[in-house]
Write a protein that binds this ligand. Structure first.
Ligand code: CDP
Ligand code: MG
Length: 701
């Protein structure tokens, strides 16, 4: 890659220097760097706009002068690769030649660890091979877990397409609040959280002949707990086959945990990926992404681009900026197809990222770390990696859960880079310095079980009859304090008695796939005769995307609309107001549009509400409404988590925020949780016995 380096430097050049020299070199770079991408104050902003114009001119010049012939040749060969039929694609995957030996190994061993580079066909092909080999005879299913909802849905859609069946029939998926399977389903993709919950109704997984715990390297909380549960089951169900499938990390560790199960390695096919680093740290990585995309588009041979961002908002900003700037450049450049992908994106939009790029155009996919290992998008040649991801963290000392943008680990950075080398030699542009990579990034990401709130997981385990959690078979045990805190929270909510045993209320709470606090609030609605209202509030709280939108040119209107919903007694009642008004318009799109409310979020709230209502039926709570006043509703909310003001979530982003706050009276605490509060304690406002735990279920990534 000489001559195309532009603003990037190859790591080899500076890695030859001694460490002290490297640091000095970097500082020199920063000092001498004419500010490259983005600047914050307004004068700098103006200069930057000018610079951008210059850059565009420069880009266009390059485009015109570029070696056209050479480029066209390369482009042609790339398109040949892309225009393969489904059958050809299946046969071209690295797993294909290993079909027979793999099935053989599965027949011979009860537990098998399958290791293979991302994109080798583990997730989409292995269940099909098993189906063809007869593992779905006798009405048994093949299950396959995914840590992410998006992956479960899109992989199921892909496999249904490959098998030429309708999604939801032979091939289906099941995720929280959405079940797209039927009696005919033989290949079932689901989130790890969903399988965890399935244990409650089918503790021996009797309907499955094979269970695949996929993307095991992601080490989500649910996947980690599943390891212990499925390992236990294989002991008394010798006919159940278990596959633990993972990218090329940790296979030995999994093997050891599963009593030295054999490892089946699918040799990867990976083209070399050149890695480039920025000379200086980036002030604004979103902006740097935009500029880098445009530079690649203008100066590099065709081939799609994958950009890793941390979340929906960032992705939307980036999409807007790219649209604006490509418009500015006009028709002088080839077409750039800009596609976002994140968890809350509607599935038809998500599916677009897999559409083949039209000839002569280039696709840029802006993704969260969904695209790191869970989803493979073909034809990616360029990866832009700013080096960040959003991560849930839980501090057991303060009881505070934080969703923060944190630097990724080296392992993640390498996975991301690897995405560029699947179909041809690729390039990865890291928007951080070689120094930062080498000395600032951690080797591996800490497993979720060691850094998040365990309330929900502990409740389900208790409901499964696993009482001794300290000695549960964990691959890596959670910190003792976190476990104790979860038990304490469940005790405060009345789900456990003082022996740590599940109470009747706890058993009912476990029926809800929400965090224990919401489950408690749902149960409490029975006593206060406001189940309809509380189900609405719970549904609105479960919508993970924002309810409102604020277009830049209509901020005042949007804020006014928002104020109109405001309920003086708190945000929970405000949420209820919004939902009820929307429901009165018969769920109108127009109404959402006029009130600056996100239709998508409301639609999701409606789906969730339906699911919750049917679960209320299961725990035999009648749906009633209109009987009670605001006070009763607030009392039921108080059961969610007793405190002076009730907050549903305390999150730490840039500073502490309480989200969804409702005013309550302290004496209500005695009423809803008499076992936990004594009246004297409540008079002393400095008392320490405050429930510390707040949390949010994590089945929605
Ligand atoms: O699981 P693993 O990472 O080993 O690979 P996979 O997800 O089974 O992907 C195998 C192939 O299927 C890749 O070429 C993907 O691009 C393709 N695929 C697709 O086209 N559409 C999807 N929704 C999922 C996978
Ligand atoms: Mg996979």
């Amino acid at each position: 890659g000489k001559g195309e380096k532009g603003d990037y430097v190859e790591v080899d050049d500076i890695e030859k220097l001694p460490h002290s020299e490297q640091k000095k070199w970097e500082q020199d770079q920063i000092r001498s760097a004419f500010f490259k991408f983005g600047a914050k104050d307004s004068q700098a902003q103006e200069e930057y706009e000018l610079l951008l114009d210059e850059q565009i001119d420069f880009i266009q010049a390059l485009q015109l002068e570029g070696n056209k012939e050479k480029k066209e040749e390369q482009e042609k060969s790339e398109y040949r690769k892309m225009r393969m039929t489904i059958e050809e694609t299946k046969k071209s995957l690295p797993v294909y030649p290993f079909r027979e030996p793999l099935i053989e190994a599965i027949r011979n061993y009860q537990i098998l660890i399958v290791e293979g580079e991302t994109g080798s066909g583990k997730t989409t092909q292995i269940p099909q091979y098993l189906h063809e080999a007869g593992f779905t005879a006798d009405d048994k299913k093949i299950g396959c877990t995914q840590p992410r909802r998006v992956a479960a849905m899109s992989v199921a859609a892909r496999v249904a397409q490959e098998m030429n069946v309708k999604l939801g029939n032979e091939v289906g998926y099941s995720i929280r609040f959405e079940d797209c399977t039927s009696d005919r389903t033989v290949i079932k993709y689901m989130t790890d959280g969903t399988l965890h919950r399935e244990f409650l109704s089918e503790p021996d997984l009797a309907s499955y002949s094979v269970m695949i715990i996929d993307e095991a390297h992601e080490r989500t909380l649910h996947t980690d707990i599943l390891f212990g549960l499925v390992k236990d089951i294989t002991r008394f169900r010798p006919d159940l086959k278990l596959l633990i499938s993972s990218a090329t990390l940790d296979a030995e560790k999994f093997s050891k945990f599963f009593d030295d199960a054999p490892i089946f390695r699918i040799p990867g096919r990976r083209f070399p990926v050149d890695i480039y680093y920025t000379k200086a740290p980036e002030a604004d990585y979103v902006d740097a992404c935009v500029v880098s995309v445009l530079q690649i588009h203008a100066t590099q041979p065709l081939g799609d681009i994958l950009v890793f961002l941390t979340g929906q908002e960032e992705i939307e900003t980036c999409v807007e900026m790219l649209q604006e700037r490509t418009k500015k450049i006009g028709k002088k450049l080839k077409e750039l197809i800009i596609l976002p992908v994140y968890a809350n994106l509607p599935s038809d939009m998500q599916a677009k990222i897999f559409d083949p790029t039209p000839e002569g155009a280039r696709k840029v996919v802006l993704a969260t770390n969904i695209a790191e290992t869970s989803l493979t998008i073909d034809n990616i040649i360029y990866v832009i990696d700013p080096g960040f991801a959003k991560q849930n963290n839980f501090n057991s000392k303060t009881g505070m859960e934080s969703l923060m943008v944190v630097p990724i680990s080296k392992a993640s950075a390498n996975q991301r880079a690897g995405r560029a080398g699947r179909v041809a030699p690729g390039k990865c542009f890291r928007l951080y310095t070689a120094w930062a990579y080498k000395y600032e990034l951690e080797e591996n990401t800490t497993p979720e079980i060691q850094r998040i709130n365990l309330g929900n997981a502990v409740l389900t385990l208790k409901a499964l009859g696993i009482n001794d959690l300290i000695h549960f078979d964990f691959l890596d045990p959670p910190p003792h304090e976190t476990l104790v805190l979860a038990l304490e929270q469940l005790y405060a909510l009345g789900a456990l008695n003082h022996h740590g045993e599940l109470t009747k209320a706890g058993r009912r709470m476990a029926e809800f796939p929400t965090d224990p606090m919401l489950a408690k609030m749902l149960l409490a609605s029975e006593k206060y005769k406001c189940s309809e209202e509380i189900v609405t509030i719970a549904a609105m709280l479960s919508v993970n995307s924002s309810i409102f939108y604020r277009p830049k040119d209509k901020i005042i209107h949007a804020d006014t609309a928002r104020k109109n919903f405001f309920h003086p007694k708190g945000d929970h009642l405000t949420l209820m107001n919004i939902y009820n008004q929307w429901a009165e318009t018969e769920h109108s799109v127009q109404w959402c549009y006029e009130n600056f409310v996100q239709y998508r979020s409301m639609k999701r709230a409606r789906d969730v509400r339906e699911q919750l209502a049917s679960l209320m039926d299961r725990v035999e709570i009648e749906m009633i409404s209109g009987v009670s006043d605001d006070t009763s509703i607030r009392k039921a909310i108080t059961a969610e988590l007793p405190r002076w003001v009730i907050y549903h979530e305390l999150v730490f982003t840039s500073k502490e925020f309480m989200r969804q706050v409702t005013e309550i009276e302290s004496k209500w605490l005695l009423e809803v949780a008499p076992h936990y509060y004594k009246s004297k304690e409540l008079e002393d406002s400095t008392n320490k016995k405050m429930p510390k735990t707040v949390g949010k279920s994590s089945d929605t990534k």
